[in-house]
Design a protein around this ligand. Structure first.
Ligand code: PMP
Length: 346
């Protein structure tokens, strides 16, 4: 959208059109050019602003939502924040059913953004009436004029990226992109962006990033859901213990798995080399880039775009906290002690 003197009607006018920023150091030992699509430039600091705005506006167009109605979702993460932000501007109530595992900080952030938060017990089965899935479903059924976003199984999540992230990257690279690297959680970002890019040039390589402990990569390779793949991991936002309906596996060429530890160190390295303070999954995506680079996958003429989904400020108690890194044993393998860079004057 063109705006005279950079004055905007409200924050929603700033959703999308995020910058593509060249990676100058972190991948310099590999051939090719590397760029990050930095989604923290969205007003809600993540790529989820795109889906919140798109899904809500589609519901408005279909006449499902009227001012004063309620929007419901099951997340304490970026999507919850973005839905709360869009709800404020557009005059909807926002209900978020979250797991009791969510940190107090996250719940406070959502409350600050005007959401009504239901905290549901974490260690119950998904079909238990107290689980956040069931609480959201029940509230949606009970409330007339409510919309349940259900991002893991909502095709509109994928469509949002088909209509925005894909065209933006195509334009920003002047059609020269050869590889896209993106984390897959709901799969909306990678599937929608890939569909658009492959329609422009079917030879573009689409590489998904998955976590060890998630079923997504194996499902892509075998089309079988293997429960044995599932175990706990720390990165939030990528991988899953179910097969999301929002993921279009046919437009993704391959998946790369990354570890919690490598991704954490790479996230910290992005800050130190590129001056970008981004989230844990940005570290994961860049870690996947490095693994592909080490395998000799990139050539001089390649233009690689990696998606950075959110901002580092959401991980202060985790990846950017030395105590947390130490507690995970992540400082064992390398000699990184950030405390060395702090001088206490007594
Ligand atoms: N990174 C972060 C931090 C996220 O919150 C998400 C969303 N779950 C993703 C990556 C993955 O995006 P998508 O759900 O579109 O696959």
């Amino acid at each position: 959208m063109e705006h005279k003197n950079q004055v905007f009607d409200n924050v929603l006018d700033l959703v999308g059109n995020t910058p593509l920023i060249k990676l100058n150091k972190i991948a310099s030992k590999f051939k090719g050019d590397f760029y990050a699509k930095v989604e923290s430039f969205n007003p809600g600091n993540s790529s989820k602003d795109r889906i919140a705005l798109y899904i809500i506006e589609q519901a408005e167009k279909k006449g499902i939502l009227k001012p004063g109605d309620t929007i419901i979702e099951t997340t304490s993460g970026n999507t919850g924040f973005s839905i709360a932000m869009v709800s404020i501007i557009k005059g909807y109530d926002c209900i978020l059913a979250v797991s009791s595992k969510a940190s107090a900080d996250k719940i406070d952030m959502l409350k600050t953004m005007g959401a009504k938060v239901y905290v549901c017990p974490a260690h119950v089965r998904a079909d238990d009436p107290r689980s956040y899935y069931q609480v959201a479903k029940r509230l949606h059924e009970e409330m007339k004029g409510s919309v349940y976003i259900n991002q893991y199984f909502n095709q509109l999540n994928t469509d949002a990226h088909y209509h925005s992230t894909g065209p933006e990257i195509w334009k920003q690279t002047e059609g020269k992109i050869t590889h896209l690297i993106a984390c897959s959680g709901t799969g909306g970002t990678i599937s929608g962006t890939a569909k658009y890019l492959k329609e422009q040039n079917p030879n573009i390589n689409i590489i998904g990033v998955d976590a060890f402990g998630s079923v997504i990569k194996k499902y892509h390779e075998t089309r079988k859901f293997d429960e044995k793949e599932i175990y706990p991991y720390r990165i939030e936002g990528l991988g899953k213990n179910l097969i999301p309906g929002a993921t279009n596996f046919d437009v993704i060429d391959e998946f790369v798995k990354v570890t919690d530890e490598d991704s954490a160190h790479t996230a910290r390295e992005i800050a130190k080399t590129e001056g970008m303070f981004v989230g844990y999954t940005s570290g994961a995506a860049t870690q996947a880039l490095k693994q592909l680079g080490e395998d000799g996958r990139f050539k001089k003429e390649h233009r690689v775009v990696v998606i950075y989904p959110d901002h580092g400020s959401r991980y202060m108690g985790k990846v950017y906290c030395d105590k947390w890194m130490n507690d995970q044993g992540f400082f064992d393998s390398i000699n990184e002690e950030a405390s060395e860079t702090i001088q206490y004057i007594k």
